[in-house]
Write a protein that binds this ligand. Structure first.
Ligand SMILES: [Zn+2]
Length: 816
């Protein structure tokens, strides 16, 4: 008994002293770097640490698409962790979000690991980092709240780790051509819907980003690091970042990156490790894990270790070096610790400049004013509120001078009271400016990503940026509309103006409601119906006679749609509702081709569009199952890419027969090139004789190549409003992602095109390819037998954030 008491005492004593806390290796049963750790094991380890130590607390913040847990791990002293909410509020007093005196009580450091799932060493390093701090650096925890996100993308990580465990050799094979170094088509980089989460910080289309940003906004750290991996041949990269840097990044933010780099260099030099800075990884596009935090006052940084999905447990790289998981972990661990150490040392200067960031109210424009359909204004306002950017309504009709986005010059315009106003005089005003400004200043064109993203263009809204005084009131969302649907009506109709209308239509079709749209204008019972308006007529719906009214009513309520009652098929002017020009919308059975050669990103964007945005079923079809699939689908989407489907003459023949008998193809990006090889598809790529200077110096050639590229710029499209692809769109701006350009369709409808005078409204276009865009197709339709082919030269669903692209894509689906 006495012995038992003593053991209990010792056990209790050691636990409270924290001396017996297990290292990751002791807990997992293998040395870090000997195996990959599955996500649930990582969660187990952090759960264990939170149970065993007073210096660590795990807070869940959500689930992924595949139901894996998302957690933040907080490290600080016991007192701080018990008063987390108080500390958070006092920290936010420095931003102005919460009233109270400025202070420099604490430094908040946020380290995000493994956003790209197959860049897998960093999650392993996160466990080592937490353990090291608890064990050997307790003194740091008085002055800091250290937040670790051990795995930002657990679905992607486990996809990679499972692949590696399934396909590796024993012992692991370090030859770079062996199977374990080559992931399959949907690799582990992205999330479930094949979205790159490190391009989603600003757009927040994905569930992981949406849940994380809520936590991020609660804490607004002083320092944020995004841990990555790059090619197996590169030395370690840490900030300072490369040009172009966004002009809103402050000189202090740049200086701190520089000073911190010297701290890292000290450790890397001591160990003889190679590294580089100031190259490759720029800070322009606002949707990265380094740039986005910069626009919220953090020191945002990317660190890149050699490795990624190719590296496995060990690989011989092109420099004859053996790159092991163990050393990859060691490097990320070292920069984690160095970042924490240096940030804590500089607590005061970080706080001082963090306060300055938020109290600097210098802006290019005081207000952004947007006009258009109320659904679209509501959507934009809702999107901005996810970033805690407030929007308002203009108080009264007013003449306003400012930069007009459509005319691309300064004008004076009358603004109507329902316009949306976004003031830049708010805590998140800088971020608002970056997302809304017409053109981002580009001080170097050699960038990693798109150079234009301006939201008014993406949403298809009229906009003006102004420095005038504007009176505004708090934003009012559209009121819930009560439909009085009468059982005795001839039918009901609604306007086609927004993506919310597309979702409503998709839902009606799912419930087997048959609907029509008008290809010609008409006035019925004094209501003028634009092209593409939707009609639900009693006479079409005898198969659901008993339930039609209640079904339509409940779906309309769900989507907050206004239905207009129709009492007669006879039109005051234009075609009657029974006319052939008021066409039935075909039942849609949609398929999408996937597999090797298909762009995984574009495939994911389409998959996501159907499942999560439009909420209409899409069948995912492996390429070799196409013949079978064609028997049961009537719409086939060909994502961007170059795939073997078109190498088989038999399959092409089958596809052509299928189109002729009524099938519809929607072809995006480079999939057009595969069709173009067959003369039956009447689309032709333009050939551009790029002017290359044969005597260009070797060192300048990369930079010179930029002149041949478009890496994401915005163009206004000339549209044919009578064509169904433009229904509901007052105008359309396209995001051009490549310099590829196509001739006008000779046999077909050029529904959207760039004219002789085409100029980019925003973003960089290489000088050699500027003229090449003139007189080119953007989107169009070719008819073939009873079916058709829709060509989209630019991807309207790019990264899921181009709102008007979703309307355009819906038009291609539903109408013909
Ligand atoms: Zn990465």
């Amino acid at each position: 008994m006495r012995l038992l008491k003593l053991t209990f005492f010792l056990f209790f004593f050691t636990l409270t002293q924290g001396q017996e806390i297990k290292s990751p290796s002791e807990f997992l049963g293998y040395n870090l770097g000997e195996k990959f750790t599955r996500h649930h094991q990582v969660v187990d380890y952090f759960e264990y640490l939170s149970r065993s130590s007073e210096l660590i607390k795990m807070i869940p913040y959500g689930l992924t698409n595949e139901s894996r847990k998302l957690n933040l791990v907080f490290l600080s002293n016991e007192n701080n962790l018990n008063n987390l909410e108080l500390i958070r509020k006092s920290h936010l007093q420095n931003t102005g979000l919460i009233k109270g005196p400025k202070n420099n009580n604490i430094v908040v450091i946020w380290l995000s690991y493994n956003i790209h799932g197959n860049e897998s060493s960093s999650t392993e390093a996160s466990m080592k980092t937490a353990y090291e701090i608890i064990k050997n650096n307790k003194k740091w925890l008085d002055d800091a709240i250290i937040i670790l996100d051990p795995c930002v993308n657990p679905d992607g990580r486990d996809r990679y780790v499972n692949f590696y465990k399934q396909s590796r050799s024993f012992p692991n094979d370090t030859k770079s051509f062996s199977r374990e170094h080559h992931e399959p088509w949907q690799n582990g980089r992205t999330n479930h819907y094949i979205f790159d989460l490190n391009r989603d910080w600003a757009w927040l289309t994905q569930i992981e980003s949406q849940q994380r940003i809520k936590m991020y906004n609660k804490w607004l750290p002083h320092v944020h690091v995004d841990f990555h991996e790059q090619s197996i041949n590169n030395p370690y990269y840490f900030a300072p970042a490369a040009e172009p840097l966004h002009e809103k990044i402050t000189s202090f933010q740049k200086k701190f990156q520089n000073d911190l780099a010297k701290n890292h260099a000290k450790y890397f030099d001591k160990n003889g490790w190679l590294y580089f800075t100031k190259q490759t990884f720029d800070l322009l596009y606002p949707s990265y894990g380094d740039s986005y935090p910069m626009f919220l006052g953090s020191i945002g940084m990317t660190y890149e270790q050699a490795g990624g999905g190719r590296a496995g447990l060990g690989i011989i790289n092109d420099n004859y070096q053996l790159l092991t998981l163990k050393e990859r972990i060691e490097h990320h661990f070292t920069t984690s610790i160095s970042t924490i150490e240096f940030s804590i040392k500089n607590k005061s200067v970080l706080n001082e400049n963090f306060q300055k960031f938020f109290f600097d109210k210098k802006r290019k424009f005081k207000f952004y004013i947007l006009e258009g359909n109320s659904d679209i204004l509501n959507s934009l306002s809702k999107f901005l509120s996810k970033h805690e950017i407030n929007s308002s309504n203009i108080l009264k009709k007013q003449n306003i001078k400012g930069y007009d986005y459509q005319k691309e010059k300064n004008i004076t315009r009358t603004i109507t009271p329902n316009s949306l106003v976004i003031s830049t005089d708010q805590v998140k005003g800088k971020l608002a400016e970056i997302l809304l400004e017409p053109k981002a200043k580009l001080n170097d064109s050699l960038t990693y990503d798109i150079t234009a993203w301006s939201l008014p263009y993406a949403y298809g809204l009229k906009a003006i940026a102004s420095n005038e005084k504007i009176d505004f009131k708090s934003f009012e969302n559209i009121k819930v509309f009560e439909n009085n649907i009468n059982n005795n009506s001839y039918g009901y109709g609604f306007n086609w103006k927004s993506f919310e209308d597309s979702k409503f239509l998709a839902s009606l079709l799912k419930e087997k409601v048959l609907v029509r749209f008008n290809k010609k204008k008409l006035i019925n019972n004094k209501n003028a119906w634009d092209l593409g308006s939707i009609f639900i007529l009693k006479g079409d719906n005898n198969h659901i006679k008993e339930t039609l009214v209640s079904t339509v009513d409940s779906i309309a309520k769900k989507f907050n749609r206004t239905l207009i009652e129709i009492n007669s098929g006879y039109s005051d002017s234009g075609v009657d509702l029974g006319s052939q020009d008021v066409k039935m919308i075909k039942k849609l059975n949609v398929g999408i081709i996937g597999g090797s050669g298909v762009s995984p990103y574009n495939y994911g964007e389409i998959w996501y569009f159907f499942e999560k945005q439009l909420k209409y079923p899409v069948t995912q079809i492996p390429e070799d199952k196409l013949s079978e699939a064609l028997k049961s689908i009537n719409t086939l989407i060909l994502p961007n890419g170059s795939y073997s489907l078109f190498k088989s003459k038999e399959k092409i023949k089958l596809l052509i027969e299928w189109i002729k008998s009524g099938g519809k193809i929607i072809s995006i990006g480079r999939s057009i090139d595969m069709l173009a090889k067959n003369k039956i598809f009447t689309i032709n790529k333009k050939s551009n004789d790029l002017k290359k200077d044969p005597l260009i110096s070797y060192n300048k050639s990369k930079r010179n190549n930029i002149s041949n590229n478009i890496t994401g710029s915005i163009y206004k499209v000339n549209t044919d409003p009578s064509h169904f692809l433009n229904y509901g769109l007052d105008f359309y701006y396209t995001l051009k992602l490549s310099a590829d350009s196509y001739e006008f369709l000779e046999k077909g409808h050029n529904a959207g095109y760039l004219s002789e005078n085409a100029q980019p409204s925003s973003g960089f276009v290489g000088s050699n390819v500027k003229d090449f865009q003139k007189n080119s197709l953007v989107f169009g339709e070719q008819k073939l037998g009873k079916g058709s082919i829709i060509y989209f030269v630019d991807n309207p669903l790019f990264r899921g954030f181009w709102y008007s692209g979703k309307i355009l894509f819906s038009n291609a689906l539903f109408f013909r």
